[in-house]
Design a protein around this ligand. Structure first.
Ligand SMILES: [Zn+2]
Ligand SMILES: [Zn+2]
Length: 386
């Protein structure tokens, strides 16, 4: 389904006030992505580079963690996520606690694996990517849980596990393990895009979190499937936190680190803002300090409601932080590639010149599903050189 723009403005060229290039006249500069109509201009905070209809500072799960989905597919995933959460709550309300816990732990990883398949993030190497991210993350998560549980059992006699171990050491180790698999891919240098790094970090974190939940609650799986007594809101909250909130937090911190590592390797833009608040080092510090803060506060927090509120707040803030970083990283990634051949935009479906950004809707072509870009032979996705 392709449409012509209302007029033939995309054939006319005009100078972009932000990058100074002659670009097709439209709502956005196809070269640097700046808004040519809104006063916001170069930063275009009202229009997220992955999903131009959304504000950058919106705590949205799908358009942040699943950036390669075009709008229509994003809606399907959004509905699936909503239905999944309802099923988890329903199972918990029916006192099928084990099923509720498994459903909440599996929900996001399952959606993410479907997403990798849908967008073909792994290109021709699905097995290598899955092993380096999801499988490695899950294996390390299992090992991590078994070791920490072993030490917890040993420590029961003498309480050696203070806030420093549970609040600082364990979160730092967990975070390092979550990015270990993606670093193998980083070392190989086969995948070059910022959004590749993001997907690898998230996949690994979700595999790790799934394994820690399943291994950590294994003892409850051998208990009767249906719980005793009245349903307590406590159980619902506990299940939602363990399976979903922790997964979102881990996906965000790991995705931030790997996305910024990958973007940094692209060079130019990264060097320009090496010491900036949205440079690689700042992103890594924020990710680790957030995990430490959550670990320490969770150690001292007494109430379950407080704990869930803390993790929900962290998930929201991290989603917004990740979006801000991604948005600017994608704008920074753009290099001058000229005006390419006309092709349908994967987001708005107008026939537009293939450039870094769609001149009509402003979406970054890096955020298009990979197989579609390959089919178009578009130049917008080519890794930049020079
Ligand atoms: Zn421009
Ligand atoms: Zn478009």
């Amino acid at each position: 389904m392709t449409q012509q723009p209302p007029d033939d403005t995309n054939r006319q060229l005009g100078e972009c006030p932000h990058c100074g290039r002659d670009v097709p006249v439209g709502a956005f500069c196809g070269n640097c992505g700046a808004s040519l109509t809104a006063p916001a201009g170069g930063g275009r905070l009202h229009s997220y580079a992955v999903s131009p209809g959304e504000h950058v500072a919106r705590p949205a799960i799908i358009s942040t963690l699943f950036p390669h989905l075009p709008q229509r597919h994003a809606n399907v995933f959004r509905e699936a996520l909503g239905v999944g959460v309802l099923i988890v709550i329903l199972l918990a309300a029916l006192r099928l606690y084990t099923s509720a816990l498994i459903a909440s732990a599996v929900l996001l990883p399952l959606l993410y694996l479907l997403y990798l398949y849908e967008a073909e993030v792994y290109e021709e190497e699905p097995v290598a990517v899955l092993v380096a991210t999801f499988v490695t993350g899950a294996a390390l998560g299992t090992g991590y849980t078994l070791v920490t549980q072993h030490f917890a059992a040993v420590a029961l006699s003498g309480n050696v596990r203070g806030p420093f171990i549970t609040g600082v050491v364990q979160p730092v180790i967990a975070q390092l393990l979550m990015i270990a698999g993606p670093l193998l891919l980083y070392a190989r240098g086969r995948f070059t895009e910022t959004l590749d790094g993001l997907a690898f970090g998230i996949t690994s974190a979700l595999g790790f979190t799934l394994a820690t939940v399943l291994a950590g609650y294994w003892h409850t799986f051998t208990a009767p499937l249906v719980g005793e007594g009245a349903v307590s809101a406590d159980v619902v909250l506990r299940v939602l936190r363990a399976g979903i909130l922790v997964a979102i937090v881990n996906a965000c911190t790991s995705g931030t680190i790997t996305a910024m590592l990958w973007q940094d390797r692209r060079g130019r833009a990264a060097r320009r803002r090496a010491g900036s608040w949205r440079g690689r080092n700042a992103a890594i510090w924020v990710a680790f300090l957030t995990q430490i803060a959550l670990g320490v506060i969770s150690y001292y927090i007494g109430s379950l409601v407080g704990l869930v509120a803390l993790w929900a707040l962290a998930a929201v803030l991290l989603l917004v932080w990740l979006r801000i970083l991604l948005h600017h990283a994608l704008l920074d990634d753009a290099t001058d590639i000229g005006v390419g051949p006309t092709s349908p935009c994967p987001e708005c479906h107008y026939l537009v010149p293939t450039m870094n950004f769609c001149p009509a809707c402003g979406v970054d072509r890096q955020a298009a599903p990979k197989q579609r870009r390959a089919a178009e032979g578009g130049t917008g996705m080519a890794p930049s050189h020079g």
